[in-house]
Design a protein around this ligand. Structure first.
Ligand code: KIV
Ligand code: NA
Length: 266
């Protein structure tokens, strides 16, 4: 049997070979990515990527549990982290613990991720002390979309820079085993990475981080548009569209199915 990576092993990768991470939402994709990734994140981006929501606010515990279960059925070696959805952790730590415990118990994943704004550090400590490893997420926090008025890079003014640095320090001090940094300039990502003990995992946050993560459908080229920080390693959108067009043509011309694709009486 393959040995699964653990939170302490991820934590120990600080400053070493960069951590490789992608999102995953279903079993077959998790099985493919498992050969190449240290961490698979069942991101609440699933709401946008798979379910067509405009942002992540509408994502529910039930959605995270279903996708978490699917990913755990496909992944064997990777460390699997499940995002806590908006509304499930920002209030009392006791409520956050109940929800995080439910995510771990019902999916079998090893850790949760929270968007660690200024008030969440005490919850990170509360969960970690009670047996739940927590990954932080600072900088551009997609669940703050309604306060921020959109998805925008963070830390580009001196005050905002200080805020993001403080979020990083608080998240680190609270005991997060890794910290996602999203949408910040390279110099700030470098400064944060040097300032915290936990490995930083960048998305739109330069090569200064201790690892990288991307939304898998973005890097596979599934969408018309992707953010500046995405590199497309495939052109799945074109591949799928061309395949569907070829199928439609063959169905209409009765070229499909051919005899070798047909059952006949014995
Ligand atoms: O939900 C998500 O996919 C994420 C990553 C982009 C870090 O939070
Ligand atoms: Na997320």
């Amino acid at each position: 049997p393959v040995k699964r990576l653990t939170a302490p092993e991820i934590y120990a990768r600080k400053g070493g070979t960069p951590l490789v991470s992608l999102t995953a939402y279903d079993a077959p994709m998790a099985e493919i990515l498992d050969d190449h990734c240290d961490i698979l994140l069942v991101g609440d981006s699933v709401g946008m990527v798979v379910h067509g929501l405009p942002n992540t606010i509408g994502v529910t515990m039930e959605m995270m549990i279903l996708h978490g279960q699917a990913v755990m059925r496909g992944a064997r070696r990777a460390f699997v982290v499940v995002d806590m959805p908006f509304g499930s952790y920002e209030g009392e730590p006791e409520v956050a613990f109940a929800n995080a415990a439910r995510l771990l118990k019902e999916t079998g994943a090893q850790a949760v991720k929270v968007e660690s704004g200024p008030t969440v550090a005490r919850t990170i400590a509360y969960l970690t002390q009670r047996g739940i490893p927590v990954m932080g997420h600072i900088g551009l926090r997609p669940q703050a979309v309604n306060v921020d008025g959109g998805f925008r890079a963070k830390g580009r003014t001196p005050e905002e820079r200080e805020k993001v640095l403080q979020e990083a320090r608080d998240t680190d001090a609270a005991g997060a085993f890794a910290i996602v940094i999203e949408g910040v300039a390279a110099d700030l990502a470098g400064e944060i990475t040097a300032a915290v003990k936990a490995p930083t995992i960048g998305i739109g946050a330069s090569a200064a981080c201790d690892g990288q993560i991307l939304v898998v459908d973005d890097m596979l080229g599934q969408f018309d548009w992707s953010p500046k920080f995405v590199r497309r390693y495939a052109a799945l959108r074109e591949t799928i569209s061309e395949a569907a067009a070829a199928y439609a043509k063959d169905v209409k011309s009765r070229d499909f199915p051919a005899p070798q694709e047909t059952y006949f009486a014995k």
